[in-house]
Structure formats: structure tokens, C-alpha cells
Write a protein that binds this ligand. Structure first.
Ligand code: SAH
Length: 238
């Protein structure tokens, strides 16, 4: 009898400690996210309040491999396997801010990767459509986004060069891998008045903001960037 009581006490104590440990880990990550927003994002001029609060809410450490959890809020990209990376937090914030989302938009993302950018978008617009060419990454991201409760994100495995015609046109398109030139289907699937954010070039690229105004394509260069290359059809562009 005595042994049983001691045994249950030990189990209760272990449970209590593990819950407390999880809570304090979450608090630490929250503190790191706040610091990331102040020092990396606000400090570099991002001031869209909706973007800042989405970046504070979405738990970036859940989107990186376990061994990089402690680095999730560092000021750099991180490996996510299959030679791919989750973008630097500032770049995610900058590209998201450039979309100027108000809440009612339909957005297409090319390059789901970890699913982090898709989660940020899902906090800020109505519907997110995201395409990933590496099946394992796409499936993992889809599972995680579902577990986190996102109901406004659709993931497709395929070559994003062709866009996703079924749900076009899009108010915003965001490309997180770099083609040598802008894929024509993405321009066609951009709504009149819509915005496309895309890194274009070889090893070094420039981040472009592309607008469609009265059917005309207007390009604006934002900053130099380094993204992983776009695979598939894009590799055929010389
Ligand atoms: N947005 C991601 C980061 C993506 S890294 C995140 O938040 O984690 C770029 C991703 O683009 C990689 O996962 C890569 O596999 C994918 N990719 C490369 N070429 C692609 C293509 N043609 N179509 C769709 N995805 C592609």
C-alpha cells in the first residue's frame, strides 16, 4: 500500500515538473520572439502592426528541426532538410509587409518549405494556397499546419512555376525560391491591382515587387537577397 502511494506521488511530481518545464520553455520562446521583433524586424523599419503581431504569435521554433529549436529566433536562415532553408525572420517580415494584406485576400505561395511563411500569411489574409516541389517537405508542412489548427491553408505538391490555376487570380503571390526570370504563369494568375514578391537571379538575386496596374506589369527592385534556386521548369530558363 505504502509503495503504491509513493509510486503515485513520484508520477504526480514528474507530471508536475514536465508541465512546468514545458510552460517555462514556451515563456522563453515568447521572450525570444519579442526580442527578435524589436531587434531584427522593427529596428530594420518594418512597422505594419498586423505583420508584427503575426510574427509574435506564430511559434517559429515549431517549424525548424528539433536540433535547431534553440536557434529558431536567430537573425539568419536555418536548414530544414533536403538542402532547403527556412528564411531569415526579417526577410519573411519584409516580403509579407510588401504584400500589404488587409485580411480579405487570396494569396499564393511558391515554396512551402517548413510552412512558416504560410502560417504567417494565414494570420493576415483569408486564404493561402502554397505549393512545394519536394513531397516530404510539403507533407510535413501540411501535417504541422493542420495540427496547429490552420483551416485557411491548402498545400499542393508540385512545380510552382505553373502557379495554381484552379484558384486564380490571386491578390498576392509570394515566391520563396529563386527563378532566373519571373514565371509567366504567375504574372497571368496575378489579379489586377495585385502584388507579386519574388527573388529573381542566379546565385545572388534581387527581390522584386511586381504590380499589375491596368494590365501593365510594373517592377520595383527592393533589396539584394539569397534564396535557394527554383527547381523544375524554372531550371530550363537560360
Ligand atoms: N517559405 C519557406 C521557405 C522555403 S525554402 C518557409 O517558410 O519555410 C524554398 C522552398 O522552395 C524549398 O522547400 C524548395 O523545395 C521549394 N521549391 C523549389 N523549387 C520549387 C518549385 N518549382 N515549386 C515549388 N516549390 C519549390
Amino acid at each position: 500500500m505504502g509503495k503504491k502511494i509513493i509510486f503515485s506521488l513520484i508520477i504526480t511530481l514528474c507530471l508536475f515538473l514536465s508541465i512546468n518545464c514545458k510552460e517555462s520553455e514556451n515563456m522563453n520562446f515568447y521572450t525570444l520572439r519579442k526580442k527578435m521583433i524589436e531587434t531584427q524586424i522593427k529596428a530594420r523599419g518594418i512597422n505594419d502592426k498586423r505583420v508584427l503581431s503575426a510574427m509574435l504569435k506564430v511559434e517559429r521554433h515549431k517549424f525548424v528541426p528539433v536540433k535547431f529549436k534553440k536557434n529558431a529566433y536567430d537573425d539568419n536562415p536555418l536548414p530544414i532538410g533536403y538542402e532547403q532553408t527556412i528564411s531569415q525572420p526579417y526577410i519573411v517580415a519584409l516580403m509579407t509587409e510588401l504584400l500589404e494584406l488587409k485580411g480579405n485576400e487570396k494569396v499564393l505561395e511558391i515554396g512551402t518549405g517548413s510552412g512558416y511563411q504560410a502560417a504567417i500569411l494565414a494570420e493576415l489574409c483569408k486564404e493561402v494556397y502554397t505549393i512545394e516541389i519536394i513531397p516530404e517537405l510539403g507533407k510535413n508542412a501540411e501535417k504541422l499546419l493542420k495540427e496547429l489548427g490552420y483551416k485557411n491553408i491548402k498545400v499542393k505538391i508540385g512545380d510552382g512555376f505553373a502557379g495554381w490555376k484552379e484558384y486564380a487570380p490571386y491578390d498576392g503571390i509570394i515566391v520563396t525560391c529563386a527563378p532566373k526570370d519571373i514565371p509567366q504563369p504567375l504574372l497571368e494568375q496575378l489579379k489586377e491591382g495585385g502584388r507579386l514578391i519574388i527573388p529573381v537571379g542566379d546565385f545572388y538575386q534581387e527581390l522584386l515587387l511586381v504590380k499589375k496596374i491596368n494590365g501593365k506589369i510594373i517592377k520595383q527592385s527592393i533589396i539584394p537577397v539569397i534564396f535557394v534556386p527554383m527547381k523544375g521548369e524554372a531550371e530550363k530558363i537560360k
